[in-house]
Design a protein around this ligand. Structure first.
Ligand SMILES: C[S@@+](CC[C@H](N)C(=O)[O-])C[C@H]1O[C@@H](n2cnc3c(N)ncnc32)[C@H](O)[C@@H]1O
Length: 274
């Protein structure tokens, strides 16, 4: 796809604004490839009307989500970013659990923002399952959101290839997964039931304030994320992106006090499926 320098700058700005994705000059070829792909599958004959559409399309439009899927990297696996998971297991979650217990409010809410195909929120569910001795007495909600609805479909199925379990201790595989005939692994139904998946564009103005009883994230501008531990991804929260500004707004000093914890995963992909 041929694109003028001015068109390129417009595309970079629009992709950053609408999706929170930064494509600096060193990665602009990736953006061009994704855009060309999206354009081929769209009703638009050329880039200019496509960019005009991108500027105005509503957040919920499936085509915007398809573009996001072509521009983002869904790299993930269970317990990726070992240091963050260790910190969660040793410090963050135990102190949240202790605080909630002391308050007599046995409730935990966690959010995996940019959850890709589900390995991250399911890892959180496994950690909580191990940490909460009196699990039946606790109300646990793990909200997992991503802009890529195809990834969310995979996540809901809860069936993974060996590659998703690289780095996962053997005892976790044995306790929480069932090996299927086709050599894939099905996550335990109980753990799957702890996670609610929903589409969400982190670069949009709304964000889930609470998890409603129907399991859908309710959009709100209010800072009502109290008592949730957040986990988010550096892909969506890179240094200067609108998504980061959104996250930063949410994690203002007051919000951090309220929500308890916020972690970011390691930047970028660490490998590719064979
Ligand atoms: C590299 S994956 C990380 C998955 C997981 N958080 C982890 O660390 O293992 C990044 C995910 O962020 C999602 N993402 C990127 N931009 C997004 C946006 N604006 N809103 C929501 N999700 C986004 C992508 O679709 C992708 O699934």
């Amino acid at each position: 796809m041929r694109i003028s320098p001015a068109g390129l700058r417009q595309a970079q700005a629009l992709v950053a604004h609408r999706l929170g994705l930064q494509f600096p000059d060193g990665r602009v070829a990736d953006m061009q490839r994704g855009l060309a792909d999206a354009l081929r599958g769209s009703a638009f004959a050329s880039l200019d009307p496509y960019l005009a559409w991108l500027a105005a399309v509503p957040d919920e439009d499936p085509e915007l989500r398809r573009l996001a899927a072509r521009l983002t990297i869904g790299e993930t696996h269970f317990f990726r970013d070992g240091a963050a998971f260790e910190a969660l297991e040793r410090h963050v979650l135990p102190s949240l659990i202790a605080a909630r217990s002391a308050e007599g409010v046995p409730r935990l809410r966690l959010w995996s923002a940019g959850c890709a195909t589900g390995e991250e929120p399911y890892s959180l569910a496994i950690e909580l399952d191990r940490l909460l001795r009196d699990r039946a007495d606790w109300s646990v909600t793990i909200l997992a959101t991503d802009i890529n609805t195809e990834a969310l479909e995979v996540a809901r199925r809860g069936i993974y290839r060996d590659w998703s379990l690289r780095g996962t201790p053997p005892w976790v595989r044995e306790r929480y997964f069932h090996r299927r005939r086709d050599q894939t692994f099905e996550l335990d139904r109980r753990i799957r039931g702890m996670v609610t998946f929903a589409p969400l564009n982190l670069a949009s103005d709304g964000y889930p304030s609470v998890i409603t009883s129907s399991g859908n994230p309710r959009r709100s501008r209010r800072s009502d994320c109290s008592r949730a531990a957040w986990r988010t991804t550096s892909t969506t929260c890179s240094a200067s992106s609108p998504a980061t500004r959104t996250c930063s707004r949410r994690t203002s000093a007051r919000s951090i006090r309220e929500l308890g914890a916020w972690t970011r995963s390691a930047r970028g992909p660490t490998g590719r499926p064979p």
